[in-house]
Design a binder for this molecule. Structure first.
Ligand SMILES: [Zn+2]
Length: 290
């Protein structure tokens, strides 16, 4: 695939050369590759190894740069310390909101193109999503300083025991810490974009049912701090997590015997060194859950 393409940039809306951009920042995919004993697999096609995470022609070079600055900030102050497990309190400034909005907006923008074609899609929710896209777009372009009633939350999936009622036999720690995804969904009156950056769950709510309760997860627009402790969620997002685990389980069952053998051989060759990979701790945590 070509590296650039001429078209309208989704952010500045100018006709420019568009870059092939990642939805989930590149550093997340790189980290997953560097810390995986095997190859990255796309779960709906378990026998194919993903060369890279999802990419789209969407932004021009200048807008891509605008996002990269905040991605680097997030990598340095959240993602890397979290992967090293040596931090529980994370201080932040407005870069965090900008980063989260840039991530959720990209995901929402691409999802909307599909949802608008879907005649079964709830029309009120669709309008909510369109309004949210515009607010986020204007915020990213610095045309407005606030994000209206949109709410950003971070939930650290550290030590999965904190989430009740999940089926532990489906390896929740591995499912959560070794996966990357970002998409927009609605359930009843709650609509949101959810991204899992290897255990850091980022949720942007566009509308929220009163049953949705999130404790110690909200990100404020300016300066603040968030702790990867005593967080609690009640609501529809728990169902998403269960859905991911089901998908992972399904993918495991759909592996061909040859692929299974290859993976087993790879693990055998690694032998005791497996303990040096972060995934090992996840295996251990899942064992303790059962
Ligand atoms: Zn642009």
């Amino acid at each position: 695939m070509a590296k650039t393409q001429i078209g309208q940039c989704a952010l500045c809306r100018q006709n420019k050369e568009l870059q092939l951009s990642h939805i989930v920042p590149n550093f997340v995919g790189r980290c997953l590759k560097n810390t995986s004993p095997g190859s990255i697999r796309v779960t709906n096609e378990p026998n194919k190894v993903a060369q890279d995470i999802e990419k789209h022609f969407m932004l021009c070079h200048d807008c891509e740069e605008l996002f990269s600055i905040r991605e680097r900030w997030f990598a340095n102050y959240f993602f890397n310390p979290y992967q090293d497990r040596n931090e529980t309190i994370y201080d932040y400034n407005e870069n965090l909101t900008y980063f989260i909005i840039s991530l959720s907006w990209r995901s929402l923008y691409l999802d909307l193109a599909e949802y608008v074609m879907d005649t079964d899609f709830d029309q009120d929710i669709l309008m909510t999503l369109f309004r949210a896209e515009e607010i986020m777009h204007d915020y990213l372009m610095r045309k407005r300083a606030d994000i209206g009633s949109i709410e950003n939350h971070i939930f650290f999936l550290d030590r999965i025991q904190s989430i009740s009622k999940l089926n532990a036999s489906k390896s929740p720690s591995v499912a959560m810490h070794r996966s990357i995804s970002s998409y927009t969904v609605y359930n009843g009156e709650t609509s949101f974009t959810i991204s899992n950056l290897m255990g850091i769950l980022i949720v942007t709510f566009y509308s929220m049912d009163s049953k949705e309760q999130w404790i110690n997860t909200k990100i404020h627009l300016g300066i603040g701090s968030i702790e990867a402790r005593n967080q609690n969620i009640t609501g529809v997002v728990g169902q998403e997590i269960q859905h991911w685990m089901n998908q992972l389980e399904e993918a495991k069952n759909n592996l061909s015997p040859t692929q299974k053998k290859k993976i087993e051989e790879k693990f055998e060759n690694i032998g005791d060194e497996i303990k040096n990979y972060p995934i090992y701790q996840d295996f251990e945590d899942d064992k303790n859950l059962c």
